[in-house]
Design a binder for this molecule. Structure first.
Ligand code: NAD
Length: 545
């Protein structure tokens, strides 16, 4: 079997466009994934299907399923096709959900070994991953918020230090350049550095810290932006910068620190060395990984004390360090609470759309529509203008756009009409990151320090998924954490296919309105002023107790 890529064009292999769309989305996550051979899409172990037999069975099911049937998937394995009705989801899935006391990383690895479970990441198993372009606006908005709050609105001439050039981390260098900064990204795996350069997300590569710093200083002194990938270990490099008394303006990390067995590479090890140790002494590997993370986080705390703006970018790095004994690890802010919560409180979050025929001009047409019809939305228009200029497509042409309640529906209905009228070359799939207002509970990432202390309550993503089914989404997914995220998170995903039909207008309206309504209600319930304001402005029906 050759390398899998998403099917393009307007021919159908399935019984309708809704089914064909979901099949192309599945192929697309593999096309964009980090390790197709292992079905791994991103975040160390986040997979698209349980194994290759399961993948082929899913493809077969999607090719044969009727409009009024629902394919049921359990942790990446299809288990049946059930008769439902034409407005029911075509696919529902639950990935990696284990009851509380058993939701440990040890149990997860054991169940994975037995072939009974897989971790689906957030968007990997739900077939919604669109490569680094899916997270790039989030990273950009964090940098922009930091610029606003700490640097008089501009990061020109500023130095960002980070690590990790994987599926999601690969967005960092381009986001850094888009805000006009200089950015150094430490990455242990040279192949990942090369891939980001190839994809157009990173500019320069070196193995030498002195050379990297010279490039950074050279660009910063001229007010130019540059992105540099340094092949090395983050624990070593961060510690060395502390020793040299070099204090970057902004510091974070996006290695897969959440996973000690498959994600974070401890200092002193090669990639091969880690592979071997994983087989022979996994306990030692976990201990060494955690010790390295502790060193790195200690360096981040020193840099914070010396004046850097330091934040956790959603990889549990503080949690791992804390468990090793770095008791002040949580003095580092989490990006959601520090910078993005005012947006999430209004359910403004990472909405996205994919051109299913593979025509890049469809995305361009939608960009133009947004620039013309959402002029008052400065976040969206600023982003779309920049993305148009800077962000290369990966896989099927796609775009991320942070839109809120009502706006997502308005855009999707307009797009559905463009499909109907033949303005676009074919259908468009809409989805979003699971890291969205009403769709994720993770007490160390999304819901840390909620105003009312409701950080760990996972009713919200479960309600979100049930609502998405009853609101006629085409695909609904419920995910929980695996590997190092075991016991830490529950999230929900949604996909809708704008195929141009009148029925789809109804689906889009209900599913998108209700998705964001629940997001606003979740934050209103926790007492956020922005949500209460949004409820008033947009007439969301809240029961206020
Ligand atoms: P990935 O597994 O694809 O990439 C991680 C990269 O880190 C790899 O390239 C690996 O070689 C590198 N790495 C590991 N240890 C290293 C070390 N000690 N020094 C230098 N490089 C090292 O993962 P990803 O998809 O890029 O995600 C990274 C992390 O971000 C994960 O923990 C993921 O869960 C989290 N995440 C956050 C967000 C968010 O919204 N902020 C979104 C998605 C993922």
């Amino acid at each position: 079997m050759g390398r899998i890529t998403a099917f393009r064009g307007s021919d159908l292999r399935c019984k309708g466009w809704r089914q064909e769309a979901l099949l192309r989305m599945l192929e697309n996550v593999l096309e964009n994934g980090e390790n197709q051979k292992e079905l791994v899409v991103y975040a160390a172990l986040g997979k698209a299907a349980r194994n290759w037999d399961a993948y082929h069975a899913i493809v077969d099911a999607l090719r044969n399923i009727e409009e009024d049937e629902t394919l049921v998937i359990q942790s990446g394995k299809p288990i049946g096709i059930l008769k439902t009705h034409a407005f029911a989801p075509l696919v529902i899935m639950a990935n990696c959900n284990v009851v509380g006391k058993w939701a440990t990383s040890e149990n997860f690895y054991d169940l994975q070994e037995k072939g009974l479970i897989m971790w689906g990441g957030l968007t990997a198993a739900a077939w919604q991953y669109i490569g680094s372009q899916g997270v790039i606006q989030g990273t950009y908005e964090i940098f922009a918020a930091i610029a606003e709050r700490h640097f008089n609105g501009s990061l020109v001439g500023k130095f960002i230090l980070t690590a990790g050039l994987g599926g999601m981390g690969g967005a960092q260098p381009l986001a850094g350049v888009m805000v006009g900064a200089t950015i150094l990204v430490v990455e242990i795996d040279e192949a990942r550095v090369d891939k980001r350069i190839e994809d157009g997300y990173l500019q320069k590569k070196t193995h030498d810290l002195d050379e990297a710093l010279a490039w950074i200083e050279g660009a910063a002194s001229k007010g130019e932006s540059v992105s540099v990938g340094l092949v090395g270990n983050a624990a070593d490099v961060y510690t060395e910068l502390v020793r040299r008394e070099i204090t970057p303006d902004i510091v974070t990390d996006q290695t897969s620190a959440h996973d000690l067995l498959y994600g974070y590479i401890p200092a002193g090890y090669s990639l091969e060395g880690v592979k071997r140790l994983r087989e022979t002494d996994p306990v030692k590997l976990e201990q060494d990984a955690r010790a390295s993370i502790a060193l790195e986080v200690a360096a981040m705390l020193t840099l914070k004390n010396r004046g850097s703006i330091v934040f956790d970018n959603g990889n549990n790095i503080r949690t791992q360090a804390y468990e090793y004994g770095v008791k002040d690890a949580f003095e580092i802010d989490i990006f959601t609470e520090a910078y993005l919560r005012p947006l999430f409180s209004r359910a403004i979050g990472p909405f996205r759309w994919v051109a299913l025929t593979g025509e890049a001009s469809d995305i361009q047409t939608i960009d133009n529509y947004i620039l013309e019809h959402f002029k008052e939305n400065k976040i969206a228009t600023n982003w779309i203008s920049l993305a148009n200029k800077y962000v290369p497509f990966q896989g099927l042409p796609a775009r991320i756009g942070w839109f809120g309640h009502g706006e997502r529906t308005e855009l999707a209905l307009a797009v559905n009409k463009m499909v109907r009228d033949g303005v676009l070359s074919g259908p468009i799939a809409f989805s979003r990151d699971h890291l969205d207002a009403g769709a994720m509970t993770h007490p160390n990432i999304m819901t840390e320090r909620m105003k009312d202390g409701s950080d760990a309550i996972s009713d919200w993503p479960l309600l979100n998924a049930m609502l998405s089914c009853s609101s006629m989404a085409d695909l609904t997914a419920i995910h929980s954490g695996g590997g190092g995220y075991s016991g830490y998170m529950t999230s929900a995903g949604i996909t809708l296919v704008a195929d141009g039909t009148a029925e789809t207008d109804i689906r889009l309206k209900h599913a998108l309105d209700n998705d964001t309504s629940l997001g606003v209600l979740r934050y209103a319930d926790a007492g956020y002023e922005e949500s209460l304001d949004e409820i008033d402005k947009k007439g969301i029906r809240r029961i206020d107790l």
